[in-house]
Design a binder for this molecule. Structure first.
Ligand SMILES: NC(=O)c1ccc[n+]([C@@H]2O[C@H](COP(=O)([O-])OP(=O)(O)OC[C@H]3O[C@@H](n4cnc5c(N)ncnc54)[C@H](O)[C@@H]3O)[C@@H](O)[C@H]2O)c1
Length: 258
C-alpha cells in the first residue's frame, strides 16, 4: 500500500496521530482524503489546510458513524485505505474497576466498536473489488497492558483481536490489514498523562517519526507496525514468562502510580 492516488479516510484526523497521517498522505499524493473527527472546528481546519474534506461525527454513535462512512464512500466511489485511529483513554481511579460504566461504554464504543462499524460498511465493496486496506490504531497497551487504565488496556486488546480477525478471515482476499501499536507519541493524549506515565518509559516519539514508521509498515505490508521496536521483545518476554512479566509490570506500576 502506497498512499499515492488513493482514497483514504482517517478517523481522529483533527489532532495528534490522525492529523499527522492526514498531512503525510496529502504530501504523498493521495487522491482524496476524508478527515473524520468529533472536533468539527479542528477537523475543518486540517481538511482545508491539505485540500481534504471534513466530516464531523461522534464515532461512538454507531448509526451516525455508519451514515457518514456511506456518504464518504458514495462521494469517493470506493475507499482504498481506512485508518481507524480515533481513540480515548481514561484513568481507573481508586482501583482497577472504579471507572464509571459511562467511561467503560465510551471506551468500548470508540476503541473497539467503531472498527467493527467501519468494517461492516466498507468491507463488502472492498471484498467485491478484492482491494482495500484497514490500518487500525490500537496501542502497545493492546499487546502488553496499560498501567492505571483497565478500560484502555481491555479495549485496546479487543482492537488487536478484531484486527487479527480481519486479517485471518479476509487477508488472502485482497484485504490488507495493518495494526499500529505505539508506546508514547507526542500528542494531546500523551500530554494528558501526568509525567508521561509508563508508556513514556522508552521515550516519547514525535508524530513525524510515528508517520515514518506507518509509511514503511504500509509499504512492506507487514501486519504489526511497532514504532517502538522494543515492544516485540516485551511481547516475547510476556509469552515466555507470564508471571515474571506480571511481576515486572507491578514494579513499573510502583514507579508510576501513586
Ligand atoms: N499518543 C500516544 O502515546 C498513543 C500511544 C498508543 C496509541 N495511541 C492511540 O492513537 C490514537 C490517536 O491518539 P492521539 O494520541 O493522536 O490522541 P489525540 O487525543 O491527539 O487524538 C485523538 C483524536 O480522536 C478524536 N476523537 C476522540 N473521540 C472521538 C469520537 N468519539 N468521535 C470522533 N473522533 C474522536 C479526537 O477529537 C482527536 O482528534 C488513539 O487510538 C490512541 O489510543 C496513542
Amino acid at each position: 500500500m502506497h498512499p499515492k492516488d488513493k482514497n483514504i479516510i482517517v478517523t481522529g484526523g483533527a489532532h495528534g496521530i490522525g492529523q499527522g497521517l492526514c498531512r503525510r498522505f496529502a504530501a504523498q499524493g493521495a487522491a482524496r482524503i476524508a478527515v473524520v473527527d468529533v472536533d468539527a472546528k479542528a477537523c475543518e481546519a486540517v481538511a482545508s489546510d491539505i485540500g481534504a474534506s471534513a466530516y464531523s461525527v461522534d464515532i461512538s454513535d454507531a448509526n451516525a458513524f455508519a451514515d457518514v462512512l456511506e456518504a464518504i464512500r458514495a462521494e469517493m466511489g470506493h475507499v482504498d485505505l481506512f485508518c481507524s485511529n480515533a481513540g480515548v483513554g481514561y484513568p481507573d481511579g481508586a482501583h482497577v474497576a472504579s471507572a464509571s460504566d459511562e467511561l467503560w461504554e465510551k471506551s468500548w464504543r470508540i476503541n473497539v466498536h467503531a472498527h467493527v462499524v467501519a468494517a461492516r460498511v466498507l468491507l463488502p465493496q472492498m471484498l467485491e473489488r478484492k482491494d482495500g486496506h484497514f490500518l487500525i490504531t490500537a496501542s502497545a497497551a493492546g499487546l502488553l497492558s496499560q498501567i492505571g487504565s483497565a478500560s484502555y488496556s481491555v479495549t485496546k486488546h479487543a482492537a488487536v483481536g478484531f484486527a487479527e480477525s480481519l486479517s485471518i478471515m479476509h487477508g488472502d482476499k485482497g484485504i490488507g490489514v495493518s495494526l499500529l501499536c505505539p508506546q508514547g507519541v507526542d500528542t494531546r493524549m500523551m500530554a494528558a498523562v501526568a509525567g508521561g506515565g509508563p508508556q513514556a518509559a522508552d521515550g516519547v516519539i514525535s508524530i513525524d517519526t510515528l508517520c515514518d514508521s506507518v509509511m514503511s509498515g504500509l509499504a512492506s505490508g507487514e501486519f504489526l507496525i511497532l514504532p517502538h521496536p522494543q515492544v516485540a521483545d516485551y511481547m516475547q518476554y510476556k509469552s515466555a514468562n507470564y508471571d515474571k512479566w506480571l511481576g515486572g509490570m507491578r514494579r513499573l506500576r510502583d514507579r508510576f502510580v501513586e
